[in-house]
Structure formats: structure tokens, C-alpha cells
Design a protein around this ligand. Structure first.
Ligand SMILES: [Zn+2]
Length: 937
């Protein structure tokens, strides 16, 4: 491999035999003869000097770099600094060189007998593609392209660099270019580069129109390429994420440093492509460069909870070990990633492991700590460069490890708005500690960076920027969030639809010293125009039915304002993106926006007038948005109202009732949904507004099912047998009847029955909801088919089944199901759901840490426990307490071995939840009682 420009243009030398191949020794001989000849000819220069020179001419020139005479083709001639220069391409070395015109020699025929050693190649049938980003839809597509992307070329180069052997299959020759299929060997694995580029979405496969019938085709055409004699020269290694900020402070050889980073980068790219990564999204393309340069960044986007917004560029920055050389030589992380909960932290940690593994070892650590002090003391952070954790866990660790900040350069907040709402105090404590460290003198030349990503702008984010960041990049791609950031003044006018025009005119009451550029969004442009005309207000208008005349409208929009007049433009939503207005001072929503996204786009027309608190300056025109809310907008008002509340709009009192009604209507629509699991488990659901499930107990729907009669008759004390552990406080199992355990008898009978081989009758077709027998290890169970695949292809398709006496579900092959005689089907399903009350996860988490679930699983599964029922609904029992009672065999005495709730609390991962059952009972829906409205927003 001599030189690589891109996959459609690279130069190689070929080994082996074939019509185009010349032995390496012949070249050596040629070289020697040629050098002897031209060295000698110095005396009679004129004889070997060409009379004329032109582009494309073949000649011989002396290469200063190679210190020898070389065959060359003239690429260009230019006049420079008083003499003519020619740019030549050395045809045996695939190198460009510049020589003075007077130093060019005639190519003697004798030296032109053998072919050029450098062969120009391109990948056979492999054509470039590119990523086309649609900014409006926030989507990215791969489309055919004329040129190769840098990413594709870099990937191609990286493959060739990593290879130990290159083989090429010659497919065609056209215009002195060889079409080849390249096979490389990387770590003992043979890879076809042509196929690899296509499969990684760097290229597309294009069939040739006609077979060129190359003679090479029919021959033994595996040709080895000479790979060892020349180093690969990288043309323009555009390093998208290369940290440049500290370059001047890095005294080492820049060139090697660059290649080093490049190598790491391409490895990650390889990892990215392996995972079918199509390229950065719209937000990522804005976010990654400043993050990779080490700047402070805030990114708010609809995809703001995706850790990919920061992981690749942060990893890239962390590669440049030299940036950190001045740090104290101690233990402590370079980067801290704070996530809102253990689950997210785990995800981020997994991603770091995946994408960090081809680089400098960063030894990321996932730290989730409970309230047990011993646990925090045991944590060792030696050699760890990146910590992924939650604010609570981090502060617990900090209590025992005061060195956590001594090397901390990068502080990342994942889902910033959730962090701020669930752990405000903790986040600011961490920020304060970080600030104290980095204001010291020795930090002046060290990287220090805060990154915050999320989906919502919030007032704490403004404080974060103002007090802790240094000239940050604020990337907001969610337009409605941009308007909160930009302090748009939100006005909500509640009115009946017939009053809308009157309100509009009131809003347009222009005062002469306050010029306005107003956009009125409406579904019926004519209605608004008429109203304005009758009040002698001139307005521009544009809508889809009318022929679009953007130039005219835009011209007047700018002109009349410049001449000191108010300007009003009446338009429909579909015209907005074509106009691209950003300097409106007021937006009136005459027609209600159909979604928060459209609402955001409308507001974006005022983006020039967005001013953040940190840059508050009374001189600015304040952007204003006026929403006209009528009785017709009820169905999509909720989302917008929730948004307006965040935007600190003053919501008229009557609208509170209105939203309460909307919320109630929303909740009523969910009557067929199951009762929300969070509501059941902890008494509240934090995401009520987006949670699809029901949040109201309805005694008609939630009446008891499959419960033994005795439950309701006794004092509520039962013996339970947990068999399937969902999490620390939620299990499925059976109630054991102490007098007459009918299920145990049945189970014995079933197992006895299936012992007989002739009784094991496989079923022909699995029917949904039907009961069957299933053997698991040595025991037979009653199971019910709950889901069948849409199409039955053969007998071996998978069905989802439920163990009706235990409560767990599983996928099995339908051929495993056995016919279950009717007499075994009479006893109702035994599985009951149990919920242990008055305990919830620490740190405002909504899901149990797997550690505590695991612990409880091993403690209780399959063992009888005594429990007192405090609430029973549907197939669920709430129990408090749940204790394990054992009998001391010698004495006739029973002792409480443990209580499940106390066991959970003792892990340090659970905390008291005294309101659990009372909260839950509050949601009881009673038709006679007056409605109580829940939390509105
Ligand atoms: Zn819910």
C-alpha cells in the first residue's frame, strides 16, 4: 500500500505474477540504470531538457525526499517566487513532489519499457454514501454520494493499518485504474473490505453495468500487495473530536500524538459502526464538538436523556493522557457522571465499558451505595478514571473518601432536570465542592468541564450556568425549551371562541413608542384578515391555499418595520418553516397549537428576542406569546398548560378548574387499564401524567378474584408461600390453607398422573387461555397459554405461558405442553400477588436496587411466612407485616425469625414509607362522594 486517498483512489504495488505485474528486482535495476544515466547527464543538461512542458507529460525528476531520480507525470505548472515550478506525481512511489521547471528531464524511451510500479486502485462495485440530516424532522438517512465521507476514508485507512496481510482480487481495469476486491487479515480473521464497508453503512454496493471481461478474471488472480516497504501516508486526517484546546501545552511530537488520537478514534468508530451507529443526530452534531474540546456544555433536546449526547466526545477527550499530566499523582477519578437513579447509572456504565474498551484503559466504576456506612468505607477507587453514580451515592462515598475531587476534571449531569428535581441539594453540594477545587491556582491550566444534558430547561439550570460554568455552549434543540430559556413572556387568555377576534384586537393595541412585529397563527387566515381590516389594521397574510409568495412577504416584514411601522403577519403553521422568521416580537396563537412541538416552533419565530436571565438587560425587547384558549381546545390543552406552568405563565384561576376537569377526563379514559404498579407498590406514581395505567381504585373493577373465602372472613392473618419474586416488595405465590390444603393434594395427584408415560399426551394446537400440563425439571405444573404468536408456522413455535399456581410467566415451545385432564382444572388458579407495605427505595428512586431484590429473593422464596392482610383488591393483597416464624423443635415454642420489612431496611437500600396504604386508599373512586382532584401538574 503506497498511498490512500479514499476507497475509490489508492495506490499499491503488486506482488505475484500476472499481466500487469513486474518483478521488484526489475524495478531496482531500472532505478539504478536511470540514476546512473541522469547523474551523468548533468554535464550535458541541454540534451535531456524537455523543449516544452505541459500537464500530463511524462518526465523524470529528482526527488529530494527519496534522494533519487524518479519517473513522473506533470500534474500542474505554476509561477512562484520568480520562477516556474511543476507539481509532479512520482509514478513508481505514488508521491507528489514540486520541482523547478529547469530541473525536469526528458523521459528516455529506455526507461519507459516497464509499467509504473504504483498502481491506482479502487474498490470494485463499492460506491460512497453519505448521511443526510433532515433538520426539520430530526432524522438522518443514508443516501448515495459523489464523494467519500471522512469517516469512511478514515475507517478504510484504519482497516488497512491494522492488517497484517493484504490480498487483492483483480476484477477489472479501466483508464489505468484497477478495480479490486480487497481481503485483509486482522487478528487472524480474514475480512473482505468491500463487503465490510457496505455492511457498516460506509458504502453501497453497485453492480457494474457490463462485465469488462478483464483477462485477470480467468487467471489465478490473488495478488499479494507489497505492504511492508512504505508507511501508510494519511491524507488529511480530519479528526472531528480531536481535543485541540490543550495542544499548545503538549510539547511532544504533535505528529505522533495526532496519529495516536486518530488511531483511538477510528477504533471507537469501528465500535460505533459495529453497533449499527448511523452517525450523529442533529443534537449530537452540535453537542459533540464543544464537549470534545473540553468546553462547558448544556444541551436540552427531546432526546436529552440519551447518554450518547456526551459519551463519545468525553471518551475521546479522556484519551489525551497528556492533558492530565499536571494533576496530583493520587487516586481519584478524572470524570464523574451523575445519573438520576441506579438504573440509568447502570446503562451509562455499560455504554462506557462498550465504547471505552478499545482505548486507554479508563477503568470505569459503577458506584451505588446504600445507607450502610460500612459499605461506603469498603469502596476502593484505585486506578479508576471514571465514576458513574447518583448524587446521593456519591455524597455517601465522599464522607469516607475526601480525595474524590482532587483529580476531578469532568463533571457530567445526565438528565439534569430529573437530578435537579429529585436531588437539588445534593447536586449543588457537589457543584460547590467541585468549584472549590478548581478555583485554585494549579487548576488554571488543567481541563475543567461541566456537562449537563436533559430534556427540559429549568430554573436551576440557569443557576448552574451562572454560578458554576465558564462561558458554556448552550445547545437547545427543543424549541419550546428554548423559549423558556429565552424568558418569553407567556400570556394565557381564556375566552369563548366567539370572543376571539375581540381579544385579538385588544392584543394588537399598538402604542406608538413600542414597535411590534407580530405573527398571528390561525387555521383560517381570511377570518383574521377580515377582522383586522374592519379595524383598519393592515396585515400581511400567507397561507397554503394562496400561492406562496415568500419574497414579497419577507420583504414587507422587514421594510415596513424599518420605516417605523408596526407589522402584522397572519399565517398558518405550514408556512412557518418556509419563511424562517426569527425576529418577531410577539406571537399570538389565535388558533390553538395542535401539539407542544408546534407550539415550540411558533415561539421560535421570536428567537432573536430570547434573552436568558444571565444576560438580562432591560434594553431588550421582551418576546411575548399570547395563547387564546377556548372551549374547543380542551382535548390538547393539557400538554400546553403543563408547559406554560413551567414557563411561569400566569394561568387564570378558571383554567385551574378547567385543567382539573381535563385531568379527570384523562384518568377516566384509563378505566380499562390495570392499576398502576407504582401506585400499588408505593402509594404514588411520579409520572402520573404520562403513565398509561390507572391511578384510581375502582371497587367495581378491583373486586376480589380467586381469593379463598377465608381471607375475608378471618382476621386477615394468613400463611403465604412466596414462589415468584418480582422485586423486594412484590411477589406472587400461594396462600396455604392450614386446615385443608387442597392445592397440595391436587399437585400430588397431577404428578402421580404424569408419571405414567402413556398419560403424557402432547397437544396438537395451543389454544389461548387454555390450561395444560408442563414438566419443569421433575415436577409437573398447571400452566395457561397467555400469548400465541400471530402465525403458527410449525409445531415448534414459542408460546407465552403462565404458571397459574405460582404467578410467573415464561416462553416455551408449544410441543412441550401436555394435555391436562378436566378433573385437574376445577381448582381455581392459586397464584396471588403480594405487596409488602410501608417501605420504599431510598433516594427517591422508584425501582428497587437489584441487590436488595436478590437478597430478599434468597431469603424468602419457597418458605412459608405469616402475614397480616391490610388491603385486598383484585388479585392483590397488601400485607403488613410479613414474618418468618420458626418452631424451636425442642421446646414447643414459636419465634419470629425475621420480618421482611426490617430485612429490607437493614440493607440500607430501603426507607420508611408510612403513607403507603393511606395514599392508596385516597384514590378510591366513589361515585357518590364529590370528586377530589389530585395533583394537577
Ligand atoms: Zn402510574
Amino acid at each position: 500500500m503506497l498511498k490512500i486517498e479514499d476507497p475509490s483512489c489508492f495506490w499499491v504495488t503488486m506482488k505475484g505474477c500476472g499481466p500487469y505485474i513486474v518483478d521488484e528486482i526489475e524495478y531496482k535495476n531500472l532505478n539504478a540504470e536511470m540514476n546512473q544515466f541522469y547523474d551523468k547527464s548533468c554535464e550535458n543538461v541541454d540534451e535531456v531538457k524537455p523543449v516544452t512542458l505541459e500537464k500530463g507529460q511524462i518526465c523524470v525528476v529528482f526527488s529530494e525526499e527519496l534522494k533519487c531520480w524518479c519517473r513522473a507525470v506533470i500534474k500542474s505548472i505554476m509561477y512562484c517566487a520568480g520562477h516556474y515550478q511543476t507539481e509532479c506525481f512520482l509514478v513508481d512511489y505514488a508521491k507528489y513532489t514540486i520541482v523547478k521547471t529547469k530541473d525536469v528531464r526528458v523521459a528516455m524511451k529506455a526507461f519507459m519499457q516497464i509499467p509504473y510500479r504504483a498502481k491506482k486502485c479502487r474498490l470494485h462495485c463499492t460506491k460512497p454514501v453519505t448521511l443526510r440530516v433532515n433538520f426539520c424532522e430530526d432524522t438522518a438517512k443514508i443516501v448515495p454520494a459523489q464523494r467519500w465521507d471522512n469517516a469512511a476514508t478514515q475507517y478504510f485507512q484504519s482497516l488497512l493499518k491494522a492488517t497484517t496481510q493484504i490480498k487483492a482480487k483483480l476484477c477489472a481495469v479501466e483508464d489505468n485504474t484497477f478495480d479490486v476486491i480487497l481481503y485483509v487479515t486482522i487478528k487472524d480473521e480474514k475480512v473482505c473490505i468491500n463487503d465490510d464497508l457496505v455492511s457498516k453503512n460506509f458504502a453501497r454496493f453497485v453492480e457494474t453495468e457490463e462485465d469488462t471481461g478483464s483477462p485477470a478474471k480467468d487467471q489465478e488472480n490473488q495478488t499479494s500487495l507489497n505492504v511492508e516497504s512504505f508507511p501508510v501516508k494519511i491524507i488529511d486526517p480530519t479528526l472531528a473530536f480531536r481535543p485541540v484546546l490543550f495542544e499548545e501545552k503538549v510539547p511532544m511530537n504533535l505528529e505522533t500524538g495526532r496519529n495516536h488520537v486518530f488511531q483511538k478514534q477510528s477504533n471507537r468508530q469501528y465500535e460505533l459502526t459495529r453497533e449499527k451507529f448511523l452517525g450523529p443526530t442533529f443534537t449530537e452534531s452540535y453537542c459533540w464538538p464543544p464537549v470534545a474540546r473540553g468546553c462547558d456544555v448544556v444541551a436540552i433536546s427531546h432526546q436529552g436523556n440519551d447518554p450518547f449526547l456526551y459519551i463519545p466526545p468525553v471518551l475521546t477527550f479522556l484519551q489525551s493522557g497528556s492533558c492530565y499530566k499536571a494533576l496530583p499523582n493520587r487516586n481519584g477519578p478524572l470524570a464523574l457522571i451523575l445519573c438520576p437513579g441506579w438504573k440509568k447509572a447502570q446503562l451509562v456504565f455499560e455504554l462506557l465499558k462498550t465504547y471505552g474498551r478499545c482505548s486507554r484503559q479508563l477503568h470505569p466504576m459503577l458506584i451505588i451505595l446504600g445507607q450502610n456506612k460500612e459499605e461506603a468505607k469498603r469502596v476502593k477507587i484505585q486506578g479508576c478514571d471514571v465514576i458513574v453514580t447518583t448524587p446521593y451515592s456519591f455524597l455517601r462515598l465522599y464522607e469516607h473518601n475526601c480525595l474524590l475531587f482532587c483529580r476531578l476534571c469532568h463533571l457530567v449531569f445526565d438528565e439534569i432536570e430529573v437530578l435537579f428535581s429529585e436531588a437539588t441539594e445534593q447536586v449543588f453540594t457537589i457543584l460547590d465542592c467541585y468549584k472549590k477545587t478548581i478555583i485554585t491556582e494549579e487548576w488554571e491550566y488543567l481541563p475543567h468541564q461541566i456537562i449537563a444534558v436533559g430534556t427540559h430547561w429549568n430554573k436551576h439550570t440557569a443557576r448552574l450556568i451562572k454560578e458554576f460554568m465558564n462561558d458554556p455552549y448552550v445547545v437547545i434543540t427543543a424549541m419550546e425549551e428554548a423559549s423558556i430559556y429565552g424568558n418569553v413572556h407567556q400570556v394565557v387568555q381564556h375566552c369563548v371562541s366567539s370572543q376571539r377576534t375581540a381579544i385579538l384586537l385588544k392584543m394588537l393595541d399598538f402604542t406608538p413608542n413600542h414597535l411590534q412585529k407580530v405573527l398571528v397563527f390561525t387555521d383560517s387566515v381570511d377570518e383574521v384578515e377580515m377582522a383586522l381590516k374592519s379595524n383598519s389594521i393592515f396585515a400581511l397574510k400567507i397561507h397554503k391555499e394562496k400561492e406562496f409568495n415568500f419574497t414579497y412577504v419577507l420583504e414587507h416584514w422587514t421594510k415596513s418595520y424599518a420605516s417605523g411601522n408596526h407589522v402584522v403577519l397572519v399565517l398558518t403553521d405550514d408556512c412557518m418553516q418556509f419563511l424562517g422568521i426569527t425576529d418577531a416580537s410577539c406571537v399570538i396563537h389565535f388558533s390553538f397549537p395542535s401539539s407542544p412541538r408546534i407550539f415550540g416552533q411558533r415561539l421560535y419565530n421570536m428567537s432573536d428576542n430570547f434573552h436568558n436571565e444571565s444576560s438580562v438587560d432591560q434594553e431588550h425587547t421582551k418576546a411575548r406569546s399570547v395563547v387564546l384558549l377556548t372551549e374547543n381546545n380542551i382535548c390538547h390543552a393539557l400538554g400546553i398548560l403543563r408547559y406554560l406552568k413551567r414557563a411561569k405563565a400566569e394561568i387564570p384561576l378558571e383554567l385551574h378548574d378547567f385543567t382539573a376537569r381535563v385531568l379527570e377526563a384523562e384518568e377516566e379514559k384509563k378505566f380499562a387499564r390495570p392499576l398502576c404498579t407504582y401506585l400499588k407498590a408505593f402509594g404514588i406514581c411520579k409520572n402520573r401524567t404520562v403513565c398509561p395505567d390507572r391511578h384510581q381504585i375502582n371497587l367495581q373493577i378491583d373486586m376480589l378474584q380467586n381469593m379463598p373465602d377465608k381471607i375475608t372472613q378471618t382476621s386477615g392473618c394468613v400463611t403465604i408461600l412466596p414462589l415468584h419474586i418480582v422485586n423486594a416488595t412484590n411477589y406472587f405465590g400461594r396462600i396455604v390453607d392450614k386446615q385443608q390444603d387442597r392445592y397440595t393434594t391436587l399437585a400430588e395427584e397431577i404428578n402421580e398422573y404424569f408419571k405414567e408415560t402413556s398419560n403424557k399426551i402432547p397437544i396438537k394446537k395451543a389454544e389461548k387461555l387454555a390450561l395444560y400440563g408442563l414438566c419443569e425439571e421433575t415436577l409437573f405444573h398447571r400452566v395457561q397459554v397467555v400469548e400465541t404468536p400471530p402465525k403458527e408456522e410449525n409445531l415448534f413455535f414459542n408460546v407465552k405461558i403462565k404458571y397459574i399456581d405460582e404467578g410467573r410467566t415464561r416462553q416455551v415451545q408449544s410441543s412441550q405442553l401436555l394435555h391436562l385432564p378436566a378433573r385437574f382444572q376445577h381448582l381455581p388458579p392459586q397464584a396471588v400477588e403480594f405487596i409488602v407495605c410501608r417501605v420504599k427505595p431510598i433516594d427517591n428512586e422508584i425501582e428497587w436496587n437489584p441487590k436488595v431484590t436478590h437478597y430478599i429473593h434468597h431469603k424468602i422464596k419457597g418458605k412459608p411466612h405469616e402475614a397480616k392482610i391490610v388491603l385486598a383488591l383484585g388479585n392483590t393483597l397488601w400485607i403488613d407485616p410479613m414474618v418468618r416464624v420458626t418452631r424451636l423443635s425442642d421446646l414447643k415454642m414459636y419465634v419470629n425469625e425475621y420480618s421482611v420489612r426490617s430485612e429490607i431496611l437493614s440493607t440500607g437500600l430501603g426507607t420508611d414509607n408510612p403513607e403507603h396504604v393511606t395514599q392508596l386508599q385516597k384514590t378510591k373512586y366513589d361515585q357518590k362522594a364529590p370528586r377530589t382532584t389530585g395533583i394537577l401538574f
